[in-house]
Design a protein around this ligand. Sequence first.
Ligand code: SF4
Length: 365
Amino acid sequence: MSHVDSPTIRRLSRKIHVGSVAIGGDAPIAVQSMTNTDTCDVAATVAQIRTLIKAGADLVRVSVPSMEAAEAFGRIRQQVDIPLITDIHFDYRIALRVAELGADCLRINPGNIGREDRVRAVVDCARDKGISLRIGVNAGSLEKDLQQKYGEPTPAAMVESALRHIDILDRLDFSEFKVSLKASDVWMTVLAYRQLAGQIEQPLHLGITEAGGLRAGAVKSAVGLGMLLAEGIGDTLRVSLAADPIEEIKVGWDILKSLRLRHRGINLIACPSCSRQEFDVIKTVNALEGRIEDIDTAMDVAVIGCVVNGPGEAREAAIGLTGGQPSLLYINGKPARKLSEHDLVDGVEQAIREHIVQSKNPVTP
Ligand code: SF4
């Protein structure tokens, strides 16, 4: 049916850059994931980054736990174009090395680096090389004194932890950073981001950490990130799933697409099917999804099993299929041709691909 554009008024944040990708301000909300290969296995990591790019990643994060991994990162950097964020904990020398080797952003908490001269060295290096930082607070690894003060992880404890790291960067007059406040609990995460959003100007990286497996994690992430995004909070996101990182990118895009905050690929509108269906809707949708995964052009496609809702949805979509005797293919909201049962998937796919070609090369009168 007809669409309602997102009424969201986005929180005004400072625009920073992760390589060529802008984060915050009026920049599109960036979708990112993280490799789960061994970073020292350069070939496997490069291959995974390439599949993430194909799936629609704007940014990719790579964990760099050792100096050996830092050297491997340098070789990875040379083989892919996408901006790369390096995930570093505690060891400032690793941060300095990956900065040399072409990292676009360092995820490192200044408060965890230790001596002030080391923090200053990392920040000066980031400034010199035009690299941004991400402060990443995680409810599971709050500082000991905050755990004692609050008794348990709370939104306020997470915000206080973030503000400590931010204070260090403020004192060093460094403002090119983004902040994340992740918990595995949806409300803890949402409340923490809400509290911090009004206190700083930097962009926010959203995520529900350790959200779970594919289905439960996607739902948790959609609920938590959806609440924040609907309030205008969030400039980049990572969905954390115990699943293939490709799924993180797909779910991230689905969250943004469902709120009409970004558009990419086919938005498939399909009925759940019932005894009225005139063709096997679920089988058709599953087959079609497999055929159209490579498409990044934004387009609404409706697949509806009967004439109860079929014509209404098909009229509002670029391409529509509605069950009947026989099934009918709609193009640009108008009935275009009849399709027999065994031609449904081929017919819809062909219509989608032709529509893309025509929209890229419009016939001018
Ligand atoms: S559109 Fe038709 S087939 Fe699909 S769920 Fe509704 S009534 Fe059933």
